[in-house]
Design a protein around this ligand. Structure first.
Ligand SMILES: NC(=[NH2+])NCCC[C@H](N)C(=O)O
Ligand SMILES: [Mn+2]
Ligand SMILES: [Mn+2]
Length: 304
């Protein structure tokens, strides 16, 4: 890729129950992100961290305009609008936005910034979870479990302009690696036109075949795609530093080969994010280091 990569940190933890994911951007930087990308011959600049309010200073239930429960809805909306502005400015400058979370709620802002309203954007979402709850179905009230539904304007997110990005069509959205879905979330997902590949699909078909098909669906008829990588997609033995680990995820090698397939489509990729790294729960920063390695593979690092 010949675009300069601009790293944008979003130390956001309002969307999750476990504290500590706000330190993800620092952990990923310390994990050697810039060095890994520069070793590939890429130019990399750091846009710093966006400001995020502290949860201690806010009331999670202060503003619930359209019913249901989405904790820190107002604050999440404000942060996501700042993420959108920063991502859009990066793209307007001809650079590639690499957003570091923070919890997965920030994807709402990344996608809003990446999607040109006059174009269509596909999404490949690597995750153990569907992130397809709405304020009406959520068991937790945590927006990181609702971010994909928000982008698609599900439930009461339909009325919230900061959340819903109409340039994204369900037909071009693909989930990869699912293994933990809530009951009402499952119904919403099954009723939607989103394509979801579970870990059972990966067991039966292998990562290269599933990821290639996922990329085909996301790029089919779209102008560009966004790649969202939740580190809990990997098995917790490889990525222990995440807030909502689920057994039975992809292995180290499978994650790398998936990112190598992503790299083959890199001209179509407009933005990428690495989310849910929680250094408090990690083992000597290995999850953050793995995130850096996977980013390098997604940008074209190969063995030979
Ligand atoms: N991005 C994540 N790690 N999401 C976890 C979501 C967990 C659960 N489904 C919930 O709605 O609360
Ligand atoms: Mn997620
Ligand atoms: Mn997840």
């Amino acid at each position: 890729m010949d675009r300069t990569v601009r790293v944008l940190g979003v130390p956001m933890d309002l969307g999750a129950d476990r504290r500590g994911v706000d330190m993800g951007p620092s952990a990923i930087r310390y994990g050697g992100l810039a060095d890994q990308l520069e070793a590939l011959g890429m130019a990399c600049v750091d846009g710093g961290d966006l400001a995020v309010p502290r949860p201690e200073e806010r009331d999670p239930d202060a503003d619930q305009p359209s019913g249901g429960r989405a904790k820190f809805r107002r604050e999440t909306g404000e942060v996501c609008q700042d993420v959108r502005t920063a991502v859009r400015a990066t793209i307007d400058d001809g650079e590639f936005p690499l957003v570091l979370g923070g919890d997965h709620s920030i994807a709402i802002g990344t996608v809003a910034g990446a999607a040109d309203p006059d174009e269509s954007l596909g999404i490949v979402w690597f995750d153990a979870h569907g992130d397809f709850n709405t304020p009406q179905t959520t068991p937790s009230g945590n927006i990181h479990g609702m971010s994909l539904a928000a982008i698609l304007g599900k439930g009461s997110f339909a009325d919230e302009a900061w959340a819903h990005t109409p340039a994204v069509s369900e037909e071009n959205v693909v989930l990869v690696g699912l293994r933990d879905v809530d009951d009402r979330e499952r119904d919403l997902l099954n009723e939607s036109d989103v394509t979801a590949y579970t870990m059972s699909d990966i067991d039966a078909r292998s990562v290269p075949s599933v990821v290639e098909e996922a990329l085909d669906i996301a790029t089919d008829g779209t102008d560009a795609i966004h790649v969202s990588l939740d580190l809990d997609w990997l098995d917790p033995t490889e990525a222990p530093g995440v807030g909502t680990p689920v057994r039975g995820g992809v292995s180290y090698r499978e994650a790398h080969v998936a990112m190598e397939y992503v790299a083959e489509r890199r001209e179509a990729i407009r933005s990428m994010e690495l989310v849910e790294v929680n250094p408090i729960l990690d083992d000597h920063n290995r999850t953050a280091e793995l995130a850096c390695e996977l980013a390098a593979s997604a940008f074209g690092k190969v063995v030979l």
